[in-house]
Design a protein around this ligand. Structure first.
Ligand code: PMP
Ligand code: GLN
Length: 398
């Protein structure tokens, strides 16, 4: 007899993530992949060497559940160095298999079925499915381009007696928005008024441009006990495949997040954890250099896309820049556009509608990842210019 009983409704109904879809399309067409956000060069040599050494010196069995001591200490020290936060490495850090697990574990730690969770669109594509999987109700508030300002009245209206938490991503993917101290202060006020928590996805904490500063919500008055702050070695050390993430939270929250982690993965590779500890100990110039290099790539991409005729949105952090393709004369939606440039120019981007839960999202933006070598970005721009020059009449005619 064939098995016919239905499977988990949330998961069975979920599509494959856009990052996998677009990367597969890029491979199929042999295109330059500016879709999924990953650097095309390895992270720092000393961090790689530390991982290689730690593979060979007998650190290959289960590490402690909340992470190897060196990494927990390094995450605590980084919290102090960059944000002045005093953190107990023994009770307030949980090392996870990437920020992806950290997000799920943090939401698991907070949510009971029927709770409401406030989320800000556009948003990373794991947030809403996990909230629903846990039986909670997403309350979506939308930012509007080009400046993606926080609509304060709408945000306040999304909070109510059933609200348990807000999911906050700053620096924000895909907008490159850095939440200001004033915006964070407004959010903090709502959390106190409604006695709520925040899951703070700060994976791009060190990728901030234009002289702006990343401010963790956790550093604001009254927020220390309400926030689970999430970082990712993948982004901080350009090693996205390593999947080492870390949660910083008050011991009460971290303790329950640890129970989630215990049941999800229990732990992650000890040698990689040890190497990330070495990375977090690097001097300030490393972190400034990483942001500076990416800022120059942001500029290269912004100027190049504008020259081709895109209407480019500002981006102040992360790996990503989004652009409106309507000025090019393309009349289809963003998925059609991303397919079109993959097939015709051999350049792949991600449709920004993938970052919306509701069907009425704007459909005219494509997101480009600029965390690539300059020659790769220049080649991608040259290909796009060649494809669109006849349409816009700005470039050389064939
Ligand atoms: N949050 C955001 C906003 C992201 O862009 C990503 C993608 N890398 C993640 C979380 C996941 O990070 P990790 O690869 O460490 O799981
Ligand atoms: N965070 C990456 C992005 O936004 C993708 C991560 C993934 O593929 N899961 O492109």
């Amino acid at each position: 007899m064939l098995a016919v009983k239905d499977l988990n409704h949330q998961l069975a109904g979920l599509g494959t993530t856009i990052f996998t879809v677009m990367s597969a399309l890029a491979v199929e067409h042999g295109s330059i992949n500016l879709g999924q956000g990953f650097p095309d060069t390895d992270g720092p040599a000393d961090v790689l060497k530390a991982a290689a050494d730690a593979l060979m010196d007998g650190r290959n069995q289960y590490p402690p559940m909340t992470g190897v001591t060196e990494l927990r200490q390094a995450v605590a020290a980084a919290n102090k160095r960059f944000y002045g936060l005093e953190v107990d490495p023994n009770t307030e850090i949980v090392v996870t298999s990437g920020a992806t697990e950290a997000i799920t574990a943090s939401l698991m730690a907070l949510i009971n079925p029927g709770d409401e969770v406030v989320l800000i669109e556009p948003l990373y594509d794991t947030y809403v499915p996990v909230v629903r999987l846990l039986g909670a109700i997403p309350k979506l508030v939308r930012l509007t381009p080009p400046n993606w300002e926080l609509p304060r009245a709408e945000l306040a209206a999304a909070f109510g007696p059933k609200t348990k938490a807000i999911m906050l991503n700053t620096p924000m993917n895909p907008t490159g928005k850095i939440f200001s101290r004033a915006e964070l202060g407004f959010i903090a006020g709502l959390l106190q008024k409604h006695d709520c928590y925040a899951v703070c996805d700060e994976v791009y904490e060190h990728l901030v441009f234009d002289g702006l500063k990343h401010i963790p919500l956790m550093t604001l008055p009254g927020m220390r006990e309400r926030c689970l702050r999430i970082g990712s070695a993948g982004k901080t050390f350009s090693l996205t495949g390593w999947k080492i993430g870390y949660i910083t939270a008050d011991a009460r929250l971290a303790g329950v997040a640890t129970k989630a982690h215990q049941n999800l993965t229990f732990t992650s590779a000890p040698n990689l954890q040890r190497a990330v500890a070495v990375g977090l100990g690097k001097d300030d110039s490393y972190f400034a250099g990483l942001a500076g290099a990416l800022e120059a790539k942001r500029d290269l991409m912004a100027e190049g896309l504008a020259r081709i005729g895109f209407s480019v949105l500002p981006t102040h952090g992360s790996y990503f820049i989004s652009a409106d393709f309507r000025p090019l004369g393309f009349n289809g939606d963003d998925m059609a556009f991303c397919r079109y440039i993959t097939e015709q120019a051999k350049v792949t981007a991600v449709p920004v509608t993938a970052f919306y839960d509701a069907p009425d999202a704007p459909t005219h933006f494509a997101r480009f990842a600029f965390c690539k070598r300059d020659e790769v970005l220049l080649e991608a721009l040259a290909r796009l210019e060649k494809l669109f020059a006849p349409l816009t009449g700005q470039g050389p005619k064939a």
